[in-house]
Design a protein around this ligand. Structure first.
Ligand SMILES: Cc1cc2nc3c(=O)[nH]c(=O)nc-3n(C[C@H](O)[C@H](O)[C@H](O)COP(=O)(O)OP(=O)(O)OC[C@H]3O[C@@H](n4cnc5c(N)ncnc54)[C@H](O)[C@@H]3O)c2cc1C
Length: 197
């Protein structure tokens, strides 16, 4: 059974309880994607689900969540070393350590009987589910197209900072929230003379 993030949690738990009682075996809940949506629902589920009757697995591509709103500034300037705050480890995500976090990409999903199925990971591992939450978010280009590996992400950030530092001119197309973000950072960097910006 597929769920998008904005489903009603109450309905989920009501339905889940009924489903569990009809079948006496341990159920498997799998969440795909550890961004704000997937991480939030994983945390809530880890605080609610009984591990003796239900397993909870978060499958996410990177070993940390990325706080996207701060990424514009993080990729344009080294000021503040924002990567220390923007790349958020999952250490304290699970309540009472209830659940498993697997760092891998889901490459495909095999549908089974009665709305169950199996997610196939980039590692080759297969994880069966009774309930599947899909929260893979969006893919971005340019500075926000982060690789999955931590070392590669740090190099990606450095390389974009160098591009901005070495640019002779920067043109921003679009004056919405995303376009205004880097503009604001550039203005701050140009006007700040004491490394405090
Ligand atoms: C520049 C910018 C500024 C923003 N500013 C704001 C703001 O000020 N306020 C606000 O409310 N929102 C803001 N947003 C939007 C906000 O960041 C998104 O709405 C939010 O990140 C969406 O969360 P999500 O969990 O759905 O997806 P994402 O954050 O995209 O997370 C998806 C996760 O799933 C993982 N994933 C993807 N595919 C797979 C796969 N196949 N297998 C396993 N894992 C996978 C990804 O690695 C990622 O960890 C901004 C976005 C951007 C880009």
């Amino acid at each position: 059974m597929f769920f998008v993030f904005n489903f009603a949690l109450f309905n989920f738990f009501s339905f889940f309880s009924a489903h569990k009682m009809s079948n006496g075996t341990r159920k498997s809940v799998v969440v795909v994607g550890g961004g704000p949506a997937g991480a939030t629902i994983t945390r809530i589920l880890s605080s609610k689900l009984n591990p003796t009757t239900t397993s909870l697995t978060l499958v996410t591509a990177r070993p940390f969540a990325v706080h996207l709103p701060a990424c514009i500034r993080m990729t344009t300037t080294a000021e503040g070393k924002l990567e220390d705050q923007v790349l958020i480890p999952y250490d304290s995500l699970l309540v009472k350590n209830n659940g498993i976090i697997k760092v891998a990409r889901v490459t495909s999903i095999e549908l089974g009987k009665d709305a169950t199925g199996t997610v196939i990971l980039s590692t080759g591992e297969r994880v069966d589910y009774d309930f599947l939450v899909l929260a893979p978010g969006s893919e971005w280009e340019g500075p926000l197209a982060f690789p999955d590996d931590r070392a590669a992400v740090l190099e990606h950030i450095s390389s974009w900072r160098r591009k901005f530092e070495n640019a002779n001119g920067i043109i921003l197309a679009g004056g919405g929230a995303v376009g205004c973000g880097p503009s604001f950072c550039f203005i701050l960097c140009l006007t700040c003379d004491n490394n405090q910006c």
